[in-house]
Design a protein around this ligand. Structure first.
Ligand SMILES: Nc1ncnc2c1ncn2[C@@H]1O[C@H](COP(=O)(O)OP(=O)(O)OP(=O)(O)O)[C@@H](O)[C@H]1O
Ligand SMILES: [Mg+2]
Length: 288
């Protein structure tokens, strides 16, 4: 049975809980998430939106999972929390992607009655099945909305269909949906990075007080210039995103919108290089 968006939104607003959106790229997941979240805000429901799409991000910059919390007192869109994954695709990044999504879903559950989880369009083969299966087990959604065109989600659905904590709904895909080109997707990522780094400054920091993960000699390419990097404080919490500019003898230079840079304890390198304009310079395929 194929469910119309209106019907399912009505049911979700009534029952609440966790909603997981599953579907390939351009299947309508984000548009559905927006529609559902806006309706929930209108109904004064405490709602959390977890954006685990680290490529075509809605909340925050690419390479990060974002959380936006809404309440009647604070109904406007804002970034409530970010978690650094380090790549615009899940390749080589399953662990931080699943850990981070779980963390933000748990956080959202504490603050909200309804939690909407948007995901990447990575659904193909053993790779897609494994990613979605592990995610679904990690945060046990109540509703699994499958945006399926033909049969592309069959194998994923097969692997989770016996879990009794979730209800699976096959969703209508809007007829006139727009398929975005690779160029449009790249431009969208650039704009998101550009916006994030708009009010950034570059800082030179002493290397001796900072840890690096992975260590410089474990980086897939020996040169760390322009790698996107997450900044963490001493409790391991994400502070902000940065662009690693250069390593000097005793110092490093980074570009970041973070103001209190004295909190930086660890710098976590990602797998893509971007310039200060947000343009992606290189994508480094993961070797693990
Ligand atoms: N009902 C509709 N009519 C026309 N265009 C639509 C409709 N729903 C969505 N779109 C457009 O289709 C495109 C893809 O939709 P959307 O971004 O929701 O897909 P997605 O599944 O989130 O894709 P991705 O996995 O790439 O993030 C968007 O540009 C969106 O604005
Ligand atoms: Mg999307």
């Amino acid at each position: 049975m194929i469910f119309s968006w209106e019907k399912i939104i009505e049911e979700i607003l009534d029952k609440k809980g966790k909603v997981f959106l599953l579907g390939e790229s351009d299947s309508g997941k984000t548009t559905f998430a927006k529609t559902l979240v806006l309706k929930a805000i209108k109904d004064d429901i405490l709602v959390g939106w977890v954006d685990a799409d680290i490529g075509q991000s809605t909340i925050g910059p690419p390479t990060c999972i974002g959380l936006s919390l809404f309440s009647p007192e604070s109904p406007e869109f804002k970034i409530s929390e970010l978690y650094f994954v380090g790549n615009t695709s899940p390749h080589g990044r399953f662990v931080p992607l699943i850990m981070g999504t779980k963390k933000l879903v748990d956080l959202a559950c504490k603050e909200s009655d309804l939690v909407v989880i948007d995901t990447t369009g990575a659904i193909t083969g053993a790779f897609g099945q494994s990613l979605k299966y592990q995610k679904i087990l990690a945060f046990k959604p109540d509703f699994l909305l499958a945006f399926q065109r033909e049969k592309e989600l069959e194998k994923i659905i097969d692997s989770i269909k016996n879990f009794d904590f979730l209800k699976i709904y096959l969703m209508e895909i809007p007829e006139n949906i727009r398929i975005r080109t690779r160029g449009e997707r790249a431009k969208n990522r650039q704009e998101k990075f550009k916006l994030y780094f708009k009010n950034s400054k570059s800082y030179r920091l002493s290397q001796k007080n900072i840890s690096f993960y992975p260590s410089f000699n474990f980086l897939p390419s020996k040169n760390p210039d322009n790698l996107i990097a997450g900044l963490k404080d001493s409790s391991g919490e994400f502070l902000a995103l940065s662009i690693f500019i250069k390593q000097f003898d005793d110092e490093i230079e980074i570009l970041t919108p973070l103001k209190n840079i004295e909190k930086i304890a660890t710098i976590e390198f990602g797998d893509i290089r971007v310039n200060q304009n947000g343009e992606q310079l290189e994508y480094i395929p993961s070797n693990y």
